[in-house]
Write a protein that binds this ligand. Structure first.
Ligand SMILES: [Zn+2]
Length: 415
């Protein structure tokens, strides 16, 4: 099973927007692309909305059937580990092995030494084709890299081999993710991480490193854009070289866990993958849920009231809702509107405040981030919420489609 050159990770908390999401991708494919949808959902999301991995498979199959989509599509067990993978085995065919928590864990000295010895030919000046400066590789750097990443790659190997036994070799896509950490991996570290994965027999088709800057959920990138551009370009070249050097799958490509809406850096990524004719996987976060709230606001009446009450509750339960996402949100409390203020809003005012149009005068990233983490509240509303989704599926569906196509794919693929 091979992942295509371009793929987009799409999340859907409540599993009602599969068709609308796919319509956004079909629109880009009609412009000459072959972008594969990958429906992703993590264990944490399943817990909060009380859904099961099989529901994501059902949604994906139904959306594909409804639109007669003939391209490849996948269902991603997002950010799983040995402890959480089991319920995903049957219905997922894409597995994101999250080994970030193993970074820096101790490995046996004999393994560290063996790794360092196996890298003897790379010591000194390591030249990567396309990168105009060689990397200085010392024995000390190699030891450091081994201490940081051997245990993490070993963990990836264990999960991969568990899946290989459970599903059969070649029957699933393997992604290795190390993005949910504080410190970015450098391009030279990525090179040796890929060597470790190859050594351990992990045929990764996508790799998700941590980049410089903040990838907060649902809002734009903040950080050093020039530094990001250098890292991204060097990583693309490192992957290309590592594939040839270590015999990794030739389709191996970068996976960006974007947290959605990284409008500033999407065109940079687009330029670099075009320059080298490389593939890309971009995971978006659960911003489809935000489009549902926008759609409800636009629908007016009881739906607008529901959107307002979601905000009111989110404001009261802010600390609880933000806690699990503390590392990936930045909310300025002083810029959050009061419940009374929001109560007086029109449909348009609510939608424009929440919708991510960076230069719209009403857009408020603080409001947006708080609603983003508030999906648990909608889950608690149960069928009251999902009945509203069904009732207003037309307006919500067009918001979802527009978000995927206009704000994401257009920027990512220079459409
Ligand atoms: Zn991630």
């Amino acid at each position: 099973m091979k992942l295509g050159k371009y793929s987009l990770g799409i999340g859907d908390r409540f599993s009602h927007q599969g068709v609308a999401q796919l319509r956004g991708i079909v629109k880009a494919n009609q412009a000459g692309f072959d972008i594969s949808p990958v429906w992703n959902k993590s264990n944490r999301e399943h817990i909060y909305v009380h859904s099961h991995p099989a529901d994501v498979r059902k949604e994906a199959d139904a959306a594909v059937a409804a639109l007669g989509f003939e391209g490849k599509y996948f269902v991603d067990a997002d950010h799983i580990n040995m402890g959480t993978v089991a319920p995903f085995v049957e219905t997922s065919d894409f597995f994101t092995l999250d080994v970030a928590s193993f970074i820096g864990k101790e490995s046996p000295a004999i393994e560290v030494d063996a790794f360092v010895a196996s890298c003897a030919k790379y010591t000194g000046d390591l030249a990567i084709p396309g990168i105009n400066h060689p990397f200085k590789v010392s024995e000390e750097l190699l030891e450091n890299v081994a201490h940081k990443f051997l245990a993490a790659t070993q963990q990836a190997s264990e999960i991969y081999h568990f899946l290989k036994t459970a599903k059969g070799e070649g029957n699933f896509i393997t992604e290795v993710s190390m993005d949910e950490v504080e410190i970015p991996q450098t391009p030279v570290e990525l090179f040796f991480i890929l060597k470790m994965l190859a050594d351990k027999g992990v045929p990764a088709q996508t790799i998700a490193p941590k980049f410089t800057g903040r990838f907060n959920k649902g809002v734009d990138y903040t950080g050093n854009v020039d530094q990001f551009a250098i890292e991204f370009e060097e990583d693309v070249l490192v992957i290309d070289f590592a594939v040839k050097e270590f015999g990794l799958p030739e389709e191996l490509k970068m996976s960006i866990h974007s947290g959605s809406d990284k409008f500033t850096i999407y065109p940079i990524m687009a330029g670099i993958i075009q320059k080298y004719d490389k593939g890309l996987h971009v995971k978006t976060a659960g911003t489809t849920w935000l489009e549902e709230v926008i759609g409800l606001a636009l629908a007016g009446g009881e739906a607008l009231n529901a959107a307002k009450s979601i905000y009111a509750n989110a404001l009261v339960r802010k600390d609880e809702l933000c806690a699990p996402y503390a590392d990936v949100i930045d909310i300025d409390d002083t810029k959050l509107p009061s419940v009374a203020e929001v109560a007086g809003w029109t449909s348009e005012k609510y939608a424009n405040t929440l919708r991510h149009i960076p230069d719209h005068p009403d857009y408020n990233p603080n409001f947006r981030q708080l609603i983003h983490v508030g999906y648990k509240l909608a889950a608690e509303m149960g069928t009251t919420y999902t009945d509203l989704l069904k009732k207003h599926s037309d307006v919500i569906g067009s918001c979802v489609e527009e978000n995927i196509y206009e704000r994401h794919l257009k920027r990512l693929f220079s459409l």
